[in-house]
Design a protein around this ligand. Structure first.
Ligand code: GLY
Length: 578
């Protein structure tokens, strides 16, 4: 009898411990967060202090958030060269003070000569290294950054600041140089293997093999000249002027695909912003060719049925639901998502709340499913078949959420001869071999195959979240390939369900699951051994050595209108406000 009682008592203690680990216990357990940077009127949150200051200065002189975002973007090409760019592309989501939303797609386009099997050799194997989709001249799509900035400037700029004034600060930074941080000096060394193969990259970023040290003055004279031409002649210089000719010539000399005609034909496009809701808060994000907004809305729609607040921010129970929802949304991503100008993408079917109900139905709250068994769903409308983010808020309340990229850090590693322009390797965001993993391990389908003139599918998720009264609450985005989506949605959940401020929400630990490979990425100090053991008990496979899961930046506007800027503690940068 005594034994039975002891056993029952022991069972109760275990049960209580299990239940307690899911029970509400107050505020998030991670106590040490920096305060967000405060600004009464305006704020720029970017991954480099100099770029943020340039943006803030534009707004002090009467420019709006779009003007500032352009100046920040061009400055980051100089001071954050591994991801900031004029040789890549991205997405800009804008909300003006009247509450109108806009989305500018300046994603790279595949050169006309690119075809489905351009990255496959005669034996059907993926080409690795030079000639493949990640390294070298053929890895680049036609850059869209300057065309996108030009479109944003003409349609949504304040009209009070000239184009030249937005380019000049970046040109001066390239000409006069800036002091290299420890991070940037070491990062270039870490990427030396491939950078060293391309003479201009080797000279500019590796000092011809002598390397730069922390504290060195880093100048980029060729980039300064290129920016000087763009400052005087406008963005069109990059597409039809001397810079275009230099890009086309260097491509031709090195078996690249981009021609003068490809550059001339590049177009930035306006898309209808993607809209959804989470617990009554409107969310505005980027539609395809980014998968970011759609995957995020699918996951949030699935999670809305659960009491996430009660489960607490870092419980195994919450992570389990999040992982299961992600698994299903990423399975749909692989099948359905691509450039909507080339493939039928059932965007509205995918983000429909009824569809989320169907997808959610197979989630077991205590048991992991296997990605082998989770196929894509049946949304209505379907037919068969290194990046950086910055956010700007101006005195009027206009918000810009911008993510742009050259894909991998230092992109294709190719700097076009004589221009200082580091090119993207965005062709790897296509399904280089449909059904096989890319740089990020993502498996993608036929819809996202390579085709001339098409935009590769992206995960970039520049997003704006509103309060229930329709005013802007916060805006954010991240770098990190498909992990961007996880960083943005978990930050949103942290604010809405767990009452965190923007800095806490961005800094809190996160997990990532992208359907395939079937494993949960988690951060070095992100999950306690207890949480890991519960998740493993549910049947999840946890990856080892994940490192950080993306890095985000964002701005929140508090009830008094104060702008609160936040840079992820996982990376560098500084928010600057006034
Ligand atoms: N190149 C990363 C992305 O666009 O998702």
């Amino acid at each position: 009898m005594r034994n039975i009682l002891t056993q029952r008592l022991a069972a109760l203690v275990v049960l209580a411990a299990f239940v307690f680990s899911f029970a509400p216990v107050g505020a998030p357990v991670y106590a040490a967060y920096p305060e967000p940077v405060r600004g009464k009127r305006a704020m720029v949150a970017s991954q480099h202090e100099l770029a943020s200051k340039i943006g803030a200065d534009v707004m002090k002189r009467g420019g709006n958030a779009v003007d500032a975002a352009i100046a920040v973007g061009i400055a980051l090409a100089v001071v954050y060269p591994e991801a900031g760019n004029i040789g890549g592309g991205g997405f800009m989501v804008i909300r003006n003070a009247k509450g109108e939303n806009f989305a500018i797609d300046y994603r790279e386009m595949a050169p006309k000569a690119a075809t489905r099997d351009v990255f496959v050799d005669k034996d059907g194997n993926l080409i690795r290294g030079e000639g493949g989709s990640t390294i070298g001249y053929r890895a680049s799509g036609v850059p869209g950054t300057l065309a996108g900035f030009d479109l944003a400037f003409r349609k949504y700029g304040s009209g009070k600041i000239t184009w030249a004034e937005l380019v000049r600060p970046a040109r001066l930074l390239a000409e006069n140089g800036y002091i290299l941080s420890h991070r940037l000096a070491e990062l270039a060394k870490a990427y030396r293997e491939h950078l060293a193969k391309y003479p201009d990259s080797n000279r500019i970023f590796l000092n011809n093999g002598k390397y730069y040290q922390e504290g060195d003055l880093f100048k980029q004279p060729e980039l300064a000249q290129t920016l000087g031409r763009i400052e005087k002649q406008g963005a069109k210089e990059f597409y039809t002027g001397q810079t275009a000719r230099m890009i086309a010539d260097d491509m031709k000399a090195n078996n690249g695909l981009i021609t003068l005609e490809d550059l001339k034909n590049y177009v930035a496009k306006e898309r209808t912003p993607l809209k959804g809701t989470y617990r009554g808060h409107e969310i505005i994000s980027m539609p395809p060719p980014s998968s970011g907004g759609v995957v995020m809305m699918q996951v949030l729609n699935m999670l809305e049925a659960y009491d996430i607040r009660k489960l607490q921010s870092n419980s195994a129970a919450k992570y389990h639901l999040y992982i299961e929802a992600s698994r299903r949304a990423f399975a749909d991503r692989a099948e359905f998502m691509a450039d909507p100008d080339f493939a039928n993408v059932p965007t509205f079917g995918l983000i429909d709340k009824k569809y989320a109900e169907q997808r959610r139905a197979s989630i077991n709250e205590r048991k992991a499913s296997s990605s082998r068994d989770i196929k894509f769903g049946e949304p209505a409308g379907a037919e068969s078949m290194d990046t950086t983010h910055y956010t700007v808020v101006d005195p009027s309340g206009m918000v810009v959420s911008n993510t742009y990229t050259i894909n991998d850090l230092y992109g294709s590693r190719v700097t076009i001869k004589g221009t200082g322009v580091l090119m993207n390797d965005e062709m790897d965001d296509f399904a280089a071999r449909p059904g096989r993993p890319n740089l990020f391990g993502l498996v993608q389908g036929e819809r996202n195959k390579v085709e001339g003139g098409k935009r590769p599918l992206s995960s970039m998720t520049p997003t704006i979240v509103l309060r229930k009264d329709g005013s802007v609450w916060f805006a954010l985005g991240a770098r990190g390939g498909p992990r961007i989506i996880s960083a943005v949605m978990q930050s949103i959940i942290n604010v809405i369900d767990h009452d965190m401020d923007i800095q806490e929400a961005i800094d809190a630990p996160r997990v990532h699951h992208q359907w395939l490979p079937d494993e949960v990425l988690h951060e070095t100090y992100g999950l306690s051994p207890d949480t890991i053991s519960i998740l493993t008990g549910f049947g999840h496979k946890l990856a080892t050595n994940t490192g950080n899961i993306a890095s985000a930046t964002g701005i929140m506007i508090d009830e008094k209108g104060v702008r609160l800027g936040a840079i992820d503690s996982r990376s560098d940068g500084l928010a600057v406000g006034f």
